[in-house]
Design a protein around this ligand. Structure first.
Ligand code: BMP
Length: 374
């Protein structure tokens, strides 16, 4: 079913970033997309830190987001977090942990902030199902706010006490540290930046959470012939660092055959999102779900692939329930904002080239959508 026409479908990413009712992370992402000319999210479904970091380097210039499944990375730990943070800052993309939370509030708070993954510490974006009820969103929002406030307080305390010293956690961190060995795992204030030995500076501290920012290294790599080195660097410099905040996507629809996320369930998802516009940035869905005046949610769409030559127009799947659509279909026809591509890029002989191919397809579909509806 094509999306009901809503103004956000014909607005540019840049225009939507300035509308009211948008979470700060969503506004930043829309500006990043607009500046980098990419609505591509690569799904990094790999099982080791080395593979993850290599992939991030290969596709980093072509993406706005890297989606992870941290629980399939067998050696996930401080090296993963530090490495990913470094590449993301250098190549300018955000990290989205596809955790798909789905439990009672108290449990998801622990899953989000503690344990071997400590997701809130390193992923700007994560996602959740709403089948446990709306409190899952309240709980995750609360956990994100507490973790960030605790970090800010800690940084401010260290600064007022003098030059901060590396914590015992940072001292003990090394490339071989296993998740179990990390003494910072249960401490939501032990953020990767500190574990990396980055000393907080007065410039990086603010009195409110909303203006706190993470440092971001100014080394963008141009990746598009239509954007010269200077203009890309200058534009990304103007954009500045991402806000030091967290955001959530709700799973409103799925790509897999026979899934139950339909009809009233999907509508309930949108209703819950409207109650949390500062934290819920949008949906995992197969079409734009912006319906009411004031909706400005970002739709991210998995189940995207390009057909092999000669197979155009044929139904695509993976034999395990996954169903694929083309970037053109989801962006131009269904009004989606970000395409999520995994195996279409991961299995390509040249991933960098494949990512560029998907980036161009996704971007062309967006430009056509904007042109067509003006
Ligand atoms: P691929 O493009 O290789 O099929 O990978 C799709 C990715 O998107 C996987 O990581 C999967 O977990 C995720 N995903 C999906 O395929 N469909 C959904 O509805 C939601 C997802 O998160």
């Amino acid at each position: 079913m094509p999306p009901r026409r809503h103004p956000t479908v014909s607005l540019s990413y840049e225009e939507r970033a300035s509308l009211p009712n948008i979470s700060p992370v969503a506004a930043f992402l829309l500006r990043l997309i607009s500046t980098k000319h990419t609505n591509l999210c690569v799904s990094a479904d790999v099982t080791s830190t080395t593979e993850l970091l290599q992939l991030a380097e290969e596709v980093g210039d072509s993406i706005c987001l890297l989606k992870t499944h941290a629980d399939i990375i067998q050696d996930f730990g401080d090296r993963t977090i530090k490495g990913l943070g470094d590449v993301a800052k250098r190549r300018k993309f955000l990290v989205f942990e596809d955790r798909k939370f789905g439990d009672i509030g108290s449990t998801v708070q622990k899953q989000y902030t503690a344990g071997p993954l400590g997701i809130v510490k390193w992923a700007a974006i994560t996602n959740a199902h709403i089948f446990p009820g709306p409190a899952i969103v309240t709980a995750l929002e609360q956990a994100a706010k507490s973790a960030i406030a605790a970090y800010n307080t800690r940084v401010e305390t260290e600064i007022s006490a003098g030059t901060p010293q590396p914590s015992s956690a940072s001292e003990s961190d090394d490339e071989d540290s296993s998740p179990d060995a990390s003494d910072a795992d249960d401490d939501p204030t032990a953020w990767p930046a500190e574990r990396q030995g980055r000393k907080p500076s007065v410039v990086s501290v603010s009195t409110t959470i909303s203006t706190k920012t993470e440092a971001i290294s100014p080394q963008p790599t141009p990746r598009s012939p239509d954007l010269g080195t200077e203009s890309m660097e200058a534009a990304l410099e103007r954009l500045g660092p991402p806000p030091f905040l967290r955001a959530l996507l709700l799973l409103a629809e799925m790509s897999s055959e026979g899934n139950l996320l339909t009809g009233a369930y999907t509508e309930q998802c949108v209703a819950i999102a409207r109650q949390h516009r500062d934290f819920v940035m949008g949906f995992i869905a197969q079409r734009s779900l912006n319906v009411e005046k004031g909706d400005n949610f970002i739709t991210m769409t998995p189940g995207v692939s390009l057909p092999p030559p000669g197979q155009e127009g044929k139904k695509m799947g993976d034999g395990l329930g996954q169903q694929y659509n083309t970037p053109r279909k989801v962006v131009l026809e269904m009004g989606c904002d970000v395409i999520i591509v995994g195996r279409g890029i991961l299995n390509a002989p040249d991933r960098r080239r494949a990512a560029e191919r998907y980036r161009k397809e996704g971007w062309a579909a967006y430009e056509e959508r904007i042109r067509a509806r003006r």
